[in-house]
Ligand binder design. Structure first.
Ligand code: ACO
Length: 335
């Protein structure tokens, strides 16, 4: 008989440097009005060079999640870290979280699934715990976007959207009879759309890094996005994958107490809310304060929602994501 897993603790960390839309308007041709109308974002956090890293922010969020779970760091058996903005080309930052937390030589896995990275990681943790291999797994999403955004007018349609931050949860083994638990996870990908939202370099499809024109070509080093294609696919896939999770558990949208969508764009979240016919207070959004933090956005939102008392014992929480790959995913969790 398989064990049962639950989310036992949540935590988050954001850099102290607040960058408002008006701050961006000082360095590129944009306005607070344009950004708010198209994305809902008012401000975001940018890291401080030399202080914040994906690993350090992830470790801070993880410390809080472990404390909120009522555990010690020594109770953690495994680390999974999702990011698209690793501190080094290799190794991934998971190992640096292990070092920062001073945990024994436990395994650390890095996941590269962008906006869906947190749910993919949650799913992996869920399987490890259910099979009995581990009892407490740290699942972290952490991003430093601001270091590699084109902050000139050329990059404005992408750069105004993204922000830096980290969120973490602990996935723990729980009593089989308890109501709380991760009910199911659902993962998808469609690689034919990989180039619609990607950063090409450094990679094997771009000019070798030692050639001098490499850094002068924005195609190679900055994220590029076909915004309208992303929007069209996102609204369809979000709805589809939420229904998939509900159907797998014989539930209906009315059973959801809180939907936490990946914070891609407030307009996408509002579209999904309307399509799912959910009242506004059943969909949690904090993109207004942090922008799109990709793999960090769901644990960051979950942690804030929990802090604000919006996630309570017995609640049915639905997590859903769509993003680069394209990848999309959902999870249903009984709190
Ligand atoms: N400030 C001012 N003007 C801008 C800005 C800016 N930051 N960015 C673009 N513009 C201009 C463009 O140059 C263009 O001007 P033009 O008409 O003179 O050529 C005009 O605004 C319209 O540009 P579009 O790119 O067509 O703007 P659109 O209305 O499509 O909005 C956006 C862009 C917000 C990205 C939209 O396509 C969208 O919501 N897409 C969904 C994708 C998304 O949100 N992704 C989030 C990250 S991916 C993820 O997490 C899933």
């Amino acid at each position: 008989m398989l064990a049962k897993s639950k989310i036992s603790g949540v935590g988050h960390y954001v850099p102290e440097n607040v960058v408002t839309n008006n701050d961006l308007a000082k360095i590129m041709d944009t306005t607070d009005e344009w950004i708010q109308e198209r994305t809902g974002i008012k401000e975001r956090r940018w890291f401080t060079y030399g202080k914040d890293t994906v690993a350090s922010m992830g470790a801070e969020a993880a410390r809080k999640a472990v404390a909120n779970a009522g555990l010690e760091l020594s109770d953690i058996d495994f680390i999974i870290l999702a990011t698209l903005s690793p501190d080094y080309y290799f190794p991934g930052p998971g190992v640096k979280v292990q070092e920062a937390l001073g945990i024994d030589t436990i395994g650390a896995l890095d996941v590269r699934n962008q906006c869906s990275g947190f749910i993919y990681s949650l799913s992996i943790a869920d399987q490890f715990v259910k099979t009995g291999m581990y009892k407490n797994v740290l699942v972290i999403g952490s991003e430093v976007h601001s270091h590699r955004l084109d902050k000139s007018t050329r990059g404005r349609s992408v750069s105004v959207i993204f922000g830096d931050g980290a969120g973490a949860v602990v996935v723990s083994a729980t009593d089989k009879d308890s109501d709380a638990g991760i009910l199911s996870t659902h993962l998808h990908s469609q690689g034919k759309y990989a180039e619609e939202l990607c950063t090409m370099g450094p990679g094997n499809m771009t000019t070798p890094v030692f050639e001098t024109d490499y850094v002068s070509d924005p195609e190679h080093i900055f994220p590029k996005m076909n915004g309208s294609t992303v929007f069209k696919h996102a609204v369809v896939r979000f709805k589809e994958v939420i229904h998939e999770a509900l159907n797998a558990n014989n539930m209906a949208p009315t059973d959801i107490d809180l939907l936490i969508p990946h914070q891609a764009n407030l307009r996408i979240s509002q579209f999904v809310q309307a399509k799912m016919q959910l009242p506004q207070d059943k969909v949690f959004n904090n993109i207004q304060k942090y922008g799109n933090t990709t793999a960090a956005s769901i644990p960051l939102a979950l942690s804030e929602a929990w802090q604000e008392g919006k996630v309570k014992e017995g609640d049915l929480v639905c997590l859903a994501a769509f993003g680069s790959g394209f990848t999309w995913a959902s999870a249903l969790v009984r709190w």
